[in-house]
Design a binder for this molecule. Structure first.
Ligand SMILES: [Zn+2]
Length: 156
């Protein structure tokens, strides 16, 4: 699939792809997650989301106005791999978006946030990011490194 130059693809994950939504946010892509309870309302208003890519396994959904990517895979690692390959995603913007809230992260000063950061992490890392909505602090720890390895493996 082709994209405008310089513009990252934005996704909508259907209710069955909650984990995938988090993984994609972690590598820096904006993802709207549709909870089961919001699904009906979303489907009624799907035309409003024509710039985005809707990831669903529901083949009954057909709409000419929105890009739909049908994904039929239960394991999140495999889902992630398929999406990364299909849309040529990369890690360049990892840690710019909160995994939980889909909000932009802000880079935080290390010293002034000492009390929010576990001591071990404070000792070993220098870059910290905070979600302005939920105030979660992120750093490029073991989880990040594991994801990076996974991503590399996808492209090998
Ligand atoms: Zn957040």
């Amino acid at each position: 699939m082709e994209f405008e130059k310089g513009k990252l693809p934005e996704f909508i994950c259907d209710s069955m792809f909650g984990k995938l939504a988090k993984w994609l946010r972690m590598i820096g892509y904006f993802v709207i997650y549709i909870k089961g309870t919001e699904r009906k309302n979303f489907l009624n208003n799907i035309d409003l989301f024509r710039e985005k890519i809707f990831i669903t396994k529901d083949k009954k959904i057909k709409n000419e106005n929105i890009k739909i990517f049908y994904l039929d895979e239960i394991y999140v690692e495999k889902q992630f791999k398929i999406i990364v390959k299909e849309f040529s995603l990369n890690f360049n913007n990892a840690f710019t978006i909160c995994m939980e809230c889909n909000e932009m992260l802000l880079k935080k000063d290390k010293e002034s946030n000492k009390e929010k950061i576990p001591a071990f992490v404070y000792k070993n890392f220098d870059e910290f990011y905070e979600c302005k909505k939920c105030n979660r602090i992120y750093w490029k720890g073991s989880h990040f490194q594991a994801m990076q390895e996974k991503l590399k493996a996808i492209y090998l």
